[in-house]
Design a protein around this ligand. Structure first.
Ligand code: AMP
Ligand code: MG
Length: 350
């Protein structure tokens, strides 16, 4: 398949290209598009064949459900069987924006789109290109992140191209995304609302609107049979090709530990990468040292993380060490993605 490339900005939307994207989506094709979180890979949510194509293009297991993207508040009712009071409160407070709400699904929505579940994940993104494309494509666009399964989510169109060129009909380049981590997912189908994936809409903010919210686990405990299960959590996520280890503890110990590893790996001929911050970028002797921004600026760390993981792949980092971050506020989302990328490998130094 020959992938069509389009380029535009939120300020200057190319109406002709959006019309073409809409046509592709309506006839069952796939379009990768920018959102405020990461790039998505979209298909018509009501067309089971489109959803099958999304799984195939990504190499994604078909029991890992997709998120249905809408561009009008009232369209929630077209995919959810019941729109609860809590769902309305959240939609009013955070939409359009980086929050995904899980509700019971309407029977008309194909099971292919929801990974076989009787619930649906719904999001109304704020990115103007995304909104225009969803509208042009019929209003209901199923989309996971636009990466090959297991790789870090794309924060630039060039990463969609690397992963999906020739596998999708169109890729819309809208520049670097603003946030860089996927949406917060909150499940409203149980007695107490529970966060299945932390993101920019933090636990603290959700509690302000709903009162009691279960923060969920920082990362799914794969051995705990009683823990709530987020679909897809059993799969490898965001993983770089090198071995990633998170190192937690006082900075002087972290520095010493990582520097010792660097010299061991160097003697073995292995290139080592370090994910650090502005404050510490000069303390490591690694081949590849990447600052994700200042520790004070968690939003920068969130925005840069997936780009850094991809760059390490391109640069052949065999071993990667990451500093640890506070898991409050947006830091919770950062640590969740880091722990998943590291296969939960974390070293605690006293
Ligand atoms: P992605 O944006 O690529 O992470 O893919 C969408 C993610 O949304 C899936 O991996 C699930 O974790 C989550 N999701 C989608 N639908 C549901 C649902 N009905 N229930 C729980 N989680 C869901
Ligand atoms: Mg994904």
């Amino acid at each position: 398949m020959n992938t069509i490339y389009a380029k535009m900005t939120e300020e200057e939307i190319d109406r002709e290209q959006i019309r073409l994207a809409g046509e592709i989506l309506r006839r069952g094709g796939l379009v990768a598009f920018p959102t405020e979180t990461v790039y998505g890979l979209g298909g018509d949510a009501f067309n089971p064949e489109s959803s099958r194509k999304i799984y195939a293009a990504k190499g994604r297991p078909s029991d890992n459900p997709l998120i249905v993207h809408i561009c009008r508040l009232e369209d929630m009712e077209r995919v959810a069987a019941r729109v609860t009071r809590e769902a309305r409160l959240l939609a009013e407070a955070f939409w359009p924006g980086p929050l995904t709400i899980i509700l019971p699904k309407r029977p008309e929505l194909p099971l292919e789109t929801t990974g076989g579940l009787d619930t649906v994940a719904i999001r109304f993104p704020s990115n103007k290109i995304a909104k225009a494309m969803i509208d042009a494509g019929g209003g209901f666009i199923a989309a996971p992140s636009a990466n090959r399964s297991g790789r870090p989510s794309p924060t630039l169109a060039q990463y969609c191209r690397e992963d999906l060129d020739g596998r999708v009909d169109m890729i819309i380049d809208g520049g670097q995304v603003g946030l860089g981590l996927e949406s917060t997912i909150i499940d409203l189908t149980d007695t107490t609302p529970i966060i299945l994936r932390p993101g920019f809409v933090t636990w603290e903010k959700l509690q302000e609107v709903l009162g009691n919210v279960n923060a969920g686990s920082l990362v799914p405990d794969l051995n705990d049979e009683t823990a709530p299960k987020a679909p897809g959590m059993k799969y490898r996520h965001y993983a770089p090709q090198g071995n990633l280890t998170i190192v937690d503890g006082p900075q002087d110990k972290v520095t010493a530990y990582i520097n010792e590893k660097i010299s061991i790996h160097r003697s073995e001929g292995i290139r080592t990468g370090v994910i650090c911050t502005e404050e510490t970028k000069n303390v490591y002797a690694a081949d590849l040292v990447k600052s994700a921004g200042s520790r004070e600026d968690e939003e920068s760390v969130a925005r840069e993380l997936f780009r850094i993981l991809r760059e390490f792949d391109d640069e052949g980092a065999g071993e990667i060490y990451a500093e640890s971050f506070d898991s409050t506020g947006i830091g919770r989302a950062v640590m969740n993605r880091l722990l998943k990328a590291a296969g939960q490998r974390i070293v605690h130094l006293g």
